[in-house]
Design a protein around this ligand. Structure first.
Ligand SMILES: [Zn+2]
Length: 260
């Protein structure tokens, strides 16, 4: 049984990075503009947001852009155009941030935590290992601790696989980061979307079982996670749904269209 009613893909920006950051061993001269998404899930018991994009207010101000991105190693600034606005896309669907009572975080890098600040009334589901890594390790490239350093966030710390609601399984996939998690969403049609998030950015990572560029949770764990997601996607009616794949995104139904 699934409690999922609709699944929306909100395209909330792009980041331009060397291909080698996503696919280990690629030629680092090849640059790729990779989509950044949030998934919005309507369930029998309300709205769930999966990941929270990248905060564009810091890109508009040159000083903040330098402080948060350029000086931390982003060689090219991310693109968040007005058309990518998370709030506007939610509003078109008829959803306000206050309506979202549960937030799933795949991991705590900056292209996933940007608007967490808008959901401090919500329960936030993240793996304990990720939370510890992202909050107790000194600031490092990729994480913006200011995105999640709020005393009032209602953290729900997980130790491995768990069900968020019937039809939304959280799947522990460490490797890219120490507490990275993916998810499987069962649509009303019966189709199961295997949401990879950053366990592997591209379909290529899964087809070739190729490691992500960075694996702060260890290469062995990262490879095991890719293989685990491939196994899940082999189940009848299941499909891999990559997060940062610049080709795949072009065939996705974007909000306000939805999957059901
Ligand atoms: Zn990412």
């Amino acid at each position: 049984m699934t409690s999922i009613k609709r699944f929306y893909v909100l395209l909330v920006g792009y980041e331009t990075v060397p291909k080698s950051l996503s696919l280990r061993g690629s030629d680092s001269r090849i640059m790729i503009a990779e989509p950044i998404c949030c998934y919005l899930v309507e369930t029998d018991t309300g709205w769930i947001l999966m990941d929270t994009g990248l905060d564009e207010s810091r890109l508009r101000d040159p000083e903040l852009a330098k402080q948060f991105y350029t000086s931390r190693g982003w060689s090219v600034l991310p693109i968040v155009s007005p058309a990518h606005s998370l709030l506007d896309q939610l509003s078109v669907i008829g959803v306000q941030p206050a309506d979202i009572t549960r937030v799933f975080l795949s991991h705590m890098e900056a292209d996933h935590t940007g608007y967490l600040k808008l959901f401090r009334h919500a329960k936030v589901y993240v793996q304990r290992a990720e939370y510890i890594f992202a909050t107790e390790t000194p600031p490092f490239l990729g994480n913006i601790t200011e995105d999640y350093d709020f005393p009032d966030i209602d953290w729900q710390l997980l130790d491995g696989d768990a069900e968020l609601v019937p039809g939304l399984q959280m799947v522990s996939t460490p490797g890219h980061t120490p507490g990275h998690q993916s998810a499987v969403v069962t649509l009303p049609s019966g189709t199961q979307l295997v949401l990879t998030f950053d366990a592997g950015d591209f379909l290529e990572n899964f087809e070739q079982e190729q490691l992500p560029g960075s694996a702060s949770g260890g290469d062995e764990a990262a490879l095991a996670s890719i293989r685990r997601l491939n196994e899940l996607a082999k189940q009848p009616g299941s499909m891999l749904f990559p997060f940062h794949d610049p080709v795949f995104i072009q065939g996705v139904k974007l909000a306000p269209l939805y999957y059901e």
